[in-house]
Design a binder for this molecule. Structure first.
Ligand code: NI
Length: 270
């Protein structure tokens, strides 16, 4: 079934997004849809779907086999759980992305959809340290891209809702390193040398099926999960065609990474 998006942003919301680099929206899905998505989501994490292909791994640890993941992530989760795609939430997220990108190019050229899922286990879920998403990507490309972060249960400061530093979308990609400076860990954090005023962080609690949107350089973070319930987030990504990056840059932190996940994925490919 094709879902009809039902959200029209106000000019105030659009301006807020471009001034601050992020925006929170109360609801893009429905309770019934969230219930179906949550069941499918829990199933693929229980099954450890995608692990052999390198699509499921621990974002915050060294990810050896047999070790409990502190922050399990699944790339392309809709491959393992089709219930996660072609939803009202996705139709709304795409429509919102088009409304926000209308000033950057032809909104009809916006592509993207469900990208990944990050699960924070009850009580032990690790923080996702402060980072800019673009630090994970190809340094030769200057992307026009936003991420939509949607929790499948209420997201609170206690269980690890999103936090942003307003205005950081205007920054370059700053220096990052693997979490704990351990190149075996996939997750990145912004380097301690970078001056950031963390007192400016805006905390964004959300109901299930609400979302935040942020640009590729907006500095963001989620805290540890101190609650008794898992914190589930589904992340969608939407983009206009990227441009070649003007100038020179290297993301050394990615060049020196050697994760167990990459080994699993190359074993599969070989
Ligand atoms: Ni991120």
């Amino acid at each position: 079934m094709e879902h009809q998006p039902n959200i029209v942003l106000t000019q105030e919301q659009i301006n807020f997004f471009w001034d601050n680099g992020f925006l929170a929206i109360e609801q893009i899905s429905s309770p019934a849809e969230i219930e179906i998505m949550r069941a499918a989501y829990d199933k693929i994490f229980q099954q450890r779907a995608g692990r052999d292909e390198g699509n499921q791994f621990d974002l915050a640890g060294t990810d050896e086999d047999g070790k409990q993941a502190a922050l399990p992530q699944i790339l392309n989760p809709a491959k393992y759980a089709p219930e996660l795609k072609d939803t009202l939430a996705e139709a709304n997220a795409r429509s919102i992305a088009k409304q926000l990108f209308a000033r950057m190019g032809n909104p009809e050229l916006v592509t993207g959809g469900v990208a990944h899922a990050i699960f924070k286990p009850a009580r032990v879920g690790a923080p996702t340290p402060w980072h800019q998403d673009e630090a994970y990507w190809n340094p030769l490309v200057d992307p026009i891209s936003l991420s939509v972060w949607m929790p499948l249960q209420p997201a609170t400061p206690e269980n690890g809702c999103m936090q942003f530093i307003p205005g950081t979308h205007q920054w370059e990609v700053e220096e990052h390193h693997s979490i704990n400076h351990d190149p075996r860990i996939h997750g990145l954090e912004i380097d301690e040398k970078v001056e950031v005023d963390y007192s400016k962080a805006v905390v964004c609690p959300l109901p299930a099926g609400g979302c935040t949107l942020h640009l590729s350089r907006t500095l963001h973070y989620t805290g540890p999960n101190h609650s008794e319930m898992p914190r589930r987030a589904l992340i969608m990504g939407f983009q206009l065609p990227g441009r070649p990056y003007q100038g020179e840059r290297r993301f050394i932190w990615n060049e020196i990474k050697t994760t167990a996940r990459e080994e699993r994925s190359s074993m599969k490919a070989a």
